[in-house]
Design a protein around this ligand. Structure first.
Ligand code: EPZ
Length: 418
């Protein structure tokens, strides 16, 4: 069996653990380096498979990347060598689409393979393309690639049909170098959008309103380099807090931004966990048995879809029935079948899952299908009686930096078996 995690469940986790920087902030920040010929230095970029992927893509486009002795990552795109993001890279990571906006803005042309579907749904990029057209780009789609061309982008008023995180980020980066003013309405308010705006502003962009549903960007002729520290990963923090709750333990995550976690913390309290916030530290004291709670995912500041699989693992052990509604992605219940193999009683109907809590899970051999599903299986394994083997941990490594090491530090009996 290829690399998998082996977990001996039933150990209440305890202690402190520091969270890594946010994957979903690091990816757009790395893409932003395309917008300038000067070096961009990023502190505490996490060591993740998805970061490795976008680094390879940036190198293909002409970036020089260096890991500095102080732990920072230096990216310099002195000139764009190629405007093409090839299928073999884009197909492994949908977030590769984040190079589209910067490439058109910097080089006047971009050829990006259309991201196929992925495990959690088709995930089109139509909002990215409509927004770039509004900014004056000519968009054509041929042979599975989108080609965007523009001698110079021009500011526009853009209202996306739905809230899209990377769509907002792509359009904000493109607008930073457009001529004139761009207003993004219905913009995503995720903390990662705000973090990207802070980097762009440090590079000389003129942006107001990032973090709200209305972002105004005054284009500038060119951007300079900058140094920027990536924000902590709110989803990793939430995952580690659920690990404390699901094992009936007492876990403190350190180095987090609690205001980025409010919906998750409120839901954990509703499940009976004791939550204490002190500065950048959040403590979770797990209940003996979780209480049921209903969950509806929605864009920030609502309950994050990236925490849905994890909270489902917790609610699967609750003393009652919970209803989970996934409103963001069409097919983000891939973890349900595997949780049921561990004894969970969950029935899905379209975008809703009804979770009838059981007293305990049994350890089992399970298979990860996507990033957050793999996290929920690890969490269930930590609580289960007996041994759980989670296969296909490459899904987990896309978005968690050495999760098993962090959990071991909290007392978990978890090992990675190559
Ligand atoms: C970002 O993906 C995150 N990824 C996802 O995290 C996260 O789940 C998602 O936002 C929602 O919060 C990164 O930031 C790299 P969307 P993104 O565009 O931007 C539809 C993880 O686990 N849509 O906000 O790709 C789309 O199909 C990953 O870390 C369109 O229809 O998500 C989805 O149903 C998974 N057309 C919904 O909108 C578009 O042009 C939200 O997508 C764009 C999106």
């Amino acid at each position: 069996m290829p690399t998998h995690l082996v977990i001996e469940g039933g150990v209440p986790l305890g202690g402190e653990v520091a969270v890594s920087a946010a994957k979903n902030a690091a990816l757009p920040a790395l893409a932003a380096a395309l917008l300038t010929a000067e070096p961009v230095t990023l502190d505490n970029v996490p060591l993740l498979a998805d970061v490795t992927t976008i680094r390879a893509l940036l190198a293909r486009l002409g970036a020089e990347l260096a890991d500095e002795s102080d732990g920072s990552t230096r990216v310099r795109v002195a000139s764009v060598a190629s405007p093409e993001a090839p299928y073999e890279l884009v197909s492994t990571m949908r977030a590769s689409v984040l190079v589209l906006g910067p490439l058109v803005a910097r080089a006047g042309v971009a050829r990006v393979a259309l991201p196929g579907g992925c495990a959690i749904g088709p995930r089109p990029v139509d909002q990215h393309l409509k927004g770039l057209q509004k900014l004056g780009a000519d968009i054509t789609i041929t042979n599975g690639y989108v080609e965007a061309r523009a001698s110079r982008l021009k500011g526009a008023r853009i209202t996306t049909d739905l809230v899209t995180v990377t769509g907002t980020e792509n359009l904000m980066m493109a607008a930073a170098l457009a001529e004139g003013t761009t207003v993004l309405e219905n913009a995503a308010r995720e903390p990662e959008v705000g973090d990207l705006a802070r980097l762009l502003i440090a590079m000389g962009a003129r942006i107001e309103g990032a973090g709200t549903e209305r972002i105004e960007i005054e284009g500038v002729p060119e951007l300079s380099g900058a140094r920027h520290r990536i924000i902590p990963d709110r989803i990793e923090a939430g995952t580690l807090l659920v690990a404390g709750a699901i094992t009936g333990g007492d876990v403190t995550v350190v180095g987090v931004s609690p205001r980025d976690l409010t919906a998750t913390l409120a839901k954990l309290e509703e499940c009976g966990a004791g939550i204490t916030v002190e500065g950048d530290r959040v403590r979770c004291q797990g209940p003996a048995r979780p209480q049921p709670a209903d969950v509806i995912t929605s864009p920030f500041p609502g309950f994050p879809t990236d925490m849905q699989a994890q909270i489902m693992a917790l609610l699967g052990l609750a003393d009652g029935v919970s209803k989970i509604t996934e409103t963001i992605f069409e097919n983000r219940f891939m973890h349900v079948a595997e949780l049921c193999r561990m004894g969970a009683r969950i029935e899905t109907d379209g975008s809703t899952a009804v979770v009838r809590g059981v007293p305990s899970y049994q350890g089992a051999q399970v298979m990860a299908t996507d990033l957050r599903a793999s996290a929920s299986l690890v969490l269930a394994g930590l609580a289960a009686r007996g041994t759980t083997e989670v296969a296909r941990v490459y899904h987990l490594d896309r978005g968690y930096e050495r999760l098993e090491t962090k959990l071991q530090r909290l007392g978990a009996r978890i090992t990675r078996v190559a």
